[in-house]
Design a binder for this molecule. Sequence first.
Ligand SMILES: [Zn+2]
Length: 409
Amino acid sequence: MTARSDVPCRACGCAGVMPILKLGKTPLANALRRREQLDQPEAAYDLTLVFCPRCSLVQIDVTVPPEELFSDYPYFSSFSDTMVQHARELATCLIAQRKLGATSLVIEPASNDGYLLQHYRDAGVPVLGIEPAGNIAKVAQEKGVRTLNAFFSADLADKLAGEGSRADVIHAHNVLAHVADLNGFVAGVATLLKPDGVFVLEAPYVRDMVDRVEFDTIYHEHLCYFSLTALQRLFARHGLHAIHVEHVPIHGGTLQVHAAKQGEADATVTALLAEEHRAGLDAPAYYSDFARRVEELKQKLVEMLTQLKAGGASLAAYGASAKGSTLLNYAGIGRGLLDFVVDRSTYKQGLFTPGTHLPILPPEALMERKPGYVLLLTWNFAEEILRQQTAYRQQGGRFIVPVPEPRVL
Ligand SMILES: [Zn+2]
């Protein structure tokens, strides 16, 4: 961690960010391939994780232009039962807590297919979704969730505020980490938020990533890996501060931060800030052996799969996800070891994984082809998937979970 990257910090502009982990050149994790593209060259970009010693933000130092990332982005939140249930509970809680009604407004940048806003709409609370992917915005509109097909930015926020839009609640779930212009995004939130409004942010927690070796959550779309410390410093530049924080067990460990312009922080905020400082998340030493632990995990996993294959077992994978792409490409696990990958999303079936070119089949393929072992790439939905795959497991099929260390279930 002595070398310095020549790219400044995304949040504070500090020139001295320090490399933590180099994953090499990998293809874009969501750039699924069509059959006719398999012989064509595939773009690959460096993937290096760095730490900012000034504001503590963990981030990658390459920004791929967003237009290369978001066109026809094939992720639909509603394909996951876990996400739908979490969204329903959160909306219900905020409606009661903030006493939202017909004169309120809830805004969500990156509103996806309306999986969250639909619960407000059903309760009679006006909503505005802002979704950059045209095909996904269309799905939300068809469901009757008011959605703009646009990128959220400070400029868009100014325009909406100029038209009289002011939000009681602004949600940003799994989006801030994907935004290149962090300060512009948070400035836009501050512009649109009523003086007594609340900004609810969810993002994967950097501490869970490091402690549980969840390195596969690193990919080019995922630019930042937040601690509350780093978020608090980012918020402060825009007149916001955390008032409440929860550590939610979704996506391998998520921070849910409630921020506002006014009001005291409750004990959860002071406790977590103190705990992060105690654990050292605001200093480089905490991150110093992450790269070694990632390399060890890779070696163990490849060894396990290679031995199973040598013993005559057939192997497949579950989840053509972004994290799966990072894991397979970094570990060099491709068609030599795995026969295919299954995914529940009909938008991915029939396509091939980036870099490794595994065919993507529907989950039913597990019962039809009966591979001996299935590498669970979407381990963040393990419980849900294991439940759905009871039949496959009952006839002898086994799942392998790769993190925090490879193990057969
Ligand atoms: Zn910084």
